[in-house]
Design a binder for this molecule. Sequence first.
Ligand SMILES: NC(=O)c1ccc[n+]([C@@H]2O[C@H](COP(=O)([O-])OP(=O)(O)OC[C@H]3O[C@@H](n4cnc5c(N)ncnc54)[C@H](O)[C@@H]3O)[C@@H](O)[C@H]2O)c1
Ligand SMILES: O=C(O)C(=O)C[C@@H](O)[C@H](O)[C@H](O)COP(=O)(O)O
Ligand SMILES: [Zn+2]
Length: 369
Amino acid sequence: MTAETVRVPLSDRSYDITIGANLIEQAGALLGPHLKRSRTAVVTDENVFVTQGERLREGLAASGIEADFITLPAGEATKSFAELEKLTGRLLDLGVERDDVVIAFGGGVIGDLTGFACSVLRRGCRFAQIPTTLLAQVDSAVGGKTAINVAQGKNLIGAFHQPVAVIADITSLDSLPMRELKAGYAEVVKYGLISDPDFFRWLEENGPALFEGNEGARIHAIKKSCEAKAAIVSADEKEKGARALLNLGHTFGHAFEAYFGYSNKLLHGEGVALGMALAFDYSASEGLCPAPDAERVKAHLKNTGLPSEISDLNSEITADIIAKYMMQDKKVEQGKLTLILAKAIGGAFIAKDSDLSTVTAFLKEKTGE
Ligand SMILES: NC(=O)c1ccc[n+]([C@@H]2O[C@H](COP(=O)([O-])OP(=O)(O)OC[C@H]3O[C@@H](n4cnc5c(N)ncnc54)[C@H](O)[C@@H]3O)[C@@H](O)[C@H]2O)c1
Ligand SMILES: O=C(O)C(=O)C[C@@H](O)[C@H](O)[C@H](O)COP(=O)(O)O
Ligand SMILES: [Zn+2]
């Protein structure tokens, strides 16, 4: 099967996303043109190192590139100040230079942390993304948002820093646990819900094939997702406008992730799934979206095994706690919430000046308070 390429056009920061099977074996050939010397640092996590590390070492060595691997703990808690400090120290100890290309090899946690470290290392060094989760292949490896989490909220300390290349090897997904695959799928569904009802319908029909490992279905879903994200990012790199649409479900979802302390009680994609369900329900409750559309969204998430109601979390969270975290969202303007709502499946829009008390009342109904 030949590889597909999606371009992210961003003037002098443009890059290609290469999507296909067995690309890790070709990593040296794909990244070689970006490297100024035949040595690189690879940042990864324990699980990826064990399941995929040797493939990458050999894929680089095949082109004469030597790699120093830095292996971090797996999981969301790694997107922290403490790990950032350790990682930048290790990259400096290795003598990584501004013109070097550090490779982020893993899921969104590794990509976001490594990208952020590279944005500040010697005031900015280059990096490439080799995403190994579905979530990272369809979303986090693309677009240049990098960040760590803090107690106040998700991704609150970060920078925009674009990679020089993205290599999405679908065969890396073969070792990914099903729960992670499903969490990543939530971000795929997001693109259908934002602006592509036909793609949402395709997912309703083909989601199961994707989970069963059908290569064609995986490549199609990843390519469609990357095309959608590339179009939005190239039009609005720094989220001054339309890029906020990519945040569908995130103002709610990030609040739940922060409440659970960035633990594996709730994965990012699971939070996004629940957040999108709430965004559609809230839109319906405000008379903005037909109720059957909200029901259809929730049914698809539920059938996939993703959370679609707050009660699915089995927690003591209250509407006020959710609202407190929501107010830390980066889209807040002059003390007012910005939400991504929908007028239909495929009809998401940006709602500035969203009223916190109306949202809190809606959440109270949802939590049963
Ligand atoms: N920058 C962005 O635009 C953006 C977009 C979406 C999400 N994110 C961020 O991405 C993060 C979530 O990313 P994620 O879902 O990839 O989580 P993750 O990076 O924690 O990876 C999920 C789990 O899968 C394991 N893993 C990864 N690849 C594997 C493989 N091929 N085989 C076996 N195990 C593997 C990891 O070790 C980890 O345990 C969140 O922090 C979220 O905020 C960022
Ligand atoms: O790329 C974007 O823009 C997104 O919003 C993609 C999201 O899926 C991603 O989770 C992002 O990190 C959230 O952005 P944030 O600005 O709310 O932290
Ligand atoms: Zn996300």
